[in-house]
Write a protein that binds this ligand. Structure first.
Ligand code: AMP
Ligand code: ZN
Length: 115
């Protein structure tokens, strides 16, 4: 937990969010500024700043998040034909919240390469 971390506060319920999934390790909620019909943020409850600040043992929760993303996606009819799971790492990639998170996006088709 980092005292002034927005996503730590959301995971603890100190800041309200529209929760879509929670278990002992992971919390998922609707993005406040959705970029697709379905746009969910998936975070580990334990604070990790980003991919560039992993500690030993953090790999497991990242794999766990991917499995959770598939579980969450299976509950949305809009995602039955596919979805995108995105991590933005660092300023050039557009990371604005430094508690690692994955965007689960779907309900429309996406271009490649991404913008
Ligand atoms: P990123 O730019 O990859 O760091 O993504 C941060 C995401 O968090 C953005 O898509 C924001 O819209 C989203 N976000 C920021 N504050 C909140 C909040 N209070 N509740 C839900 N989503 C948020
Ligand atoms: Zn945090």
């Amino acid at each position: 937990m980092t005292d002034d971390c927005l996503f730590c506060k959301i995971a603890k319920g100190e800041i309200p969010s529209k929760k879509v999934y929670e278990d002992e390790r992971v919390f998922a909620f609707e993005d406040i500024n959705p970029q697709a019909p379905v746009h969910i943020i998936i975070i580990p409850k334990r604070h990790i700043g980003g991919l560039n600040s992993l500690s030993e043992g953090d790999e497991a929760v990242l794999g766990y998040i991917q499995a959770a993303a598939a579980k969450i996606a299976s509950q949305f009819q809009e995602l039955k034909n596919g979805y995108r799971l995105v991590n933005n790492c660092g300023a050039d990639a557009g990371q604005t919240v430094f508690h690692i998170h994955y965007h689960l996006l779907g309900g429309r088709t996406f271009g490649w390469p991404p913008g």
